[in-house]
Design a protein around this ligand. Structure first.
Ligand SMILES: [Zn+2]
Length: 314
């Protein structure tokens, strides 16, 4: 039934008008405004039994940073069901948390690089807080110190994660706090999440690494398009923003059946970029910022990412 959908042309709007996002989308949910649809009744499966509400289910998993945002309408079974996506999100998040020295549930996670060949030294990154910050590492090839410019570059060889599992883990955070009206209009999101129904996924996302701001406590916002079609331009209805450590990730929920009823393949789909860089405070004129365009959220094979982080050192 979605055969036409794959003809949709996606345009990525990278205009330098930070207000464009807020002209197009409005905030509809965050952990601060969350309220359960019915307290102690699972929003996903309808479970009400008290014995299945024993675990502290977090709206934002603590693998993105310690927090106290708890769900009051997610049962232990559903929590367990979704946790399989989260282990991949943890692998993705670890270098950012380690390098930003952000605690998850109990401690700052230690990043360990993958080994690509036998006996390749593994890099561990751990920052010890004392009178001075100390970086503990074991593979000097991954560290480049430029003493002239006072820059330290660290290469992280991520052990590999499945991008589609990360996508599902991120979307789940949004479904957990989605207001009841939107939740019930799009019941098929849950079926997609548990894997019993396919929906057209939007494999694009955007990631910004903050220059100044660190999120000790992660945050999450769910935005909804004010209008899903303007002229012949369509916008994905729901956008999620997750901020943790030094990173802000923007992604789109899949297109639900409810959305597709109104969709015409004459329309082209536009993705508007969230102005994450604005949170770095005053920007200098002509200041450059880098937003990483994620294109593989539909990938179901492990993906090994290599990233470089640059630090100012004295
Ligand atoms: Zn449930």
């Amino acid at each position: 039934m979605f055969s036409n959908l794959f003809n949709i042309v996606i345009f990525i709007v990278m205009k330098l008008n930070p207000l464009e996002f807020f002209d197009t989308y409005e905030l509809i949910a965050s952990p601060n405004t969350y309220s359960p649809i019915v307290p102690n009744e699972c929003r996903y499966c309808g479970e009400k039994s008290e014995v299945l509400f024993k675990t502290d289910c977090h709206l934002i998993p603590e693998l993105l940073g310690r927090n106290h945002f708890l769900s009051r309408d997610e049962c232990d079974n559903c929590n367990q069901l979704f946790s399989k996506w989260e282990s991949h999100l943890a692998i993705f998040a670890r270098p950012y948390l380690s390098l930003s020295n952000i605690k998850t549930k109990n401690k700052v996670p230690i990043f360990q690089s993958r080994t690509d060949y036998k006996d390749q030294p593994r890099t561990s990154i751990k920052i010890e807080e004392g009178s001075t910050k100390r970086l503990i590492h074991s593979n000097l090839d991954d560290f480049i110190l430029d003493t002239e410019k006072g820059l330290l570059q660290i290469a992280t060889r991520n052990p590999g994660f499945i991008p589609n599992h990360i996508y599902r883990a991120l979307c789940k955070i949004m479904l957990g706090m989605m207001p009841s009206k939107e939740f019930f209009e799009n019941k098929d999101f849950f079926k997609w999440l548990e894997g019993t129904q396919e929906l057209p996924e939007i494999c694009h996302g955007f990631q910004y690494k903050s220059q100044k701001k660190y999120y000790k406590t992660p945050s999450a916002q769910l935005y909804k398009a004010k209008k899903i079609v303007v002229g012949n331009i369509a916008y994905p209805e729901f956008v999620g923003i997750i901020s943790f450590a030094n990173t802000i990730v923007q992604f789109y929920l899949p297109l639900s059946e409810n959305y597709l009823i109104n969709h015409s393949d004459q329309n082209s789909m536009n993705l508007v970029v969230y102005p994450s860089f604005a949170f770095d405070g005053d920007m200098k004129q002509n200041q450059k910022f880098k937003i990483r365009h994620i294109t593989n959220f539909d990938q179901k094979e492990p993906y090994k990412s290599d990233e470089k982080f640059t630090f100012k050192v004295n």
